[in-house]
Write a protein that binds this ligand. Sequence first.
Ligand code: HEC
Length: 415
Amino acid sequence: MTPIRVLFQITIALLFSSSVVSAAEFKPLAGQTAVKVCADAHNLPYSNDKLEGFDNKIAAIIGEELGIPVEYYWFPQRIGFGRNTIKKVDPETGKFLCDVAMSIPAERGMYSPTTAYFSSIDAMVYRKGEGYELNEISDIAKVSKEGKKLKVGLFDRAIATNTLLKHGLADQIEYFQMMTGDAKVNSGRIISEALASGQIDVAFAWGPIAGYYASVSDVPMTVVPLNEIGSDYIFSFGMGVRHQDKAWQALLNKILDKRKDDVAAIVAQYNMPSLADVKQVVKKKRTVYTIENGKVDDKTYDGWRVFNTTCFVCHGKDAKGTERGANLVEAVTDMSEFRFRKKVLKKYFAKVNLDDPERRLAFLSQIAEEHAKGFEMPTWSDEPSVRAHISAIYAYLKARSDGALGEEKPERLAK
Ligand code: HEC
């Protein structure tokens, strides 16, 4: 290459890099000189001190976008991790030891989470070439019945435990301890040691561990996601920051959003089991009433009945209120059952029994007078016909408020 061309290329490179800098969207926070990551030095596939984990590579992206170095504060990722890292102040500098924890659950708990960057599920791993195929947990029982008693390794409280016991495999299970005394030993050993050596024939482990340790083992292995346990067991993970660090959380989210394809490409290198065939569990919206073809369950019916013997006097047959009482169809829209109970059973102080028509009439005329003095609802806490049916009344009113039921007498579902 001629000197001119070299110079030309350097100029281009400089131009290019300076244009990148000036176009940079992200600036570190005030006073931030490094991305300080709290991580485990021996915890692949997440992180290690050779920076081989996906969390190490994702942290590098954050540093790259902010134009500052990434520094680590190492601590074993186990009980006390947060307390000893992100929440701990260095007595010498007066600053926190580190500012972001990686791969933490994507729900607010000890940390405020960023957008999740991976999701996974438990998986089953076994050695290839043993002459059997395992697609679900029950296949272990089938193979065992055919004469080959497979030894199963799992961590205490693994999701698969109950299913294994149900299939009568109790005496084939070997339980492993999640945490050993040695911080350098992690749960991957159930695959890299126990399964590879033949101590066990099938291992159950969390997806990222299963996928990674099976893929780096010299012994060929098959990883099967536990599709059968369903989408309720898919868990998502992101980064975590201290609750008060809202600007930092927002900044990380912006970077994760901009670089989401790169982040996904990094995670994809670690062979996490596919989530494509996980049984979809549709979380049923919990309703307090059941209505099928216009017919209601016993509880809702009971609610209708009690409402129409007692509450209607002031709240109206249609429950939409009278001059004596509030519109309850509207009131329960955003009222929890808990608050409803409290309002009906506790808040009010007058006490009446309106079952008897005569007393009801007498009471109503009394109300008419009381109304002028700012009448309040009677308390129903000592009234068994209300107290015992309070959640039924709530169910009925909720059905009315949701528009699932009209004001006419409902029909009951057949038993
Ligand atoms: C004697 C008249 C009377 C009867 C009978 C009565 N209420 Fe009330 N209720 C009131 C009045 C008046 C209010 C509104 C005043 C207040 O908040 O104290 C009220 C308020 C309520 C509220 C709160 C509404 C809101 O928006 O916060 C609920 C819930 C309620 N009643 C439920 C019931 C139920 C259930 C029954 C039957 C067990 C019943 N009431 C029977 C007079 C009555």
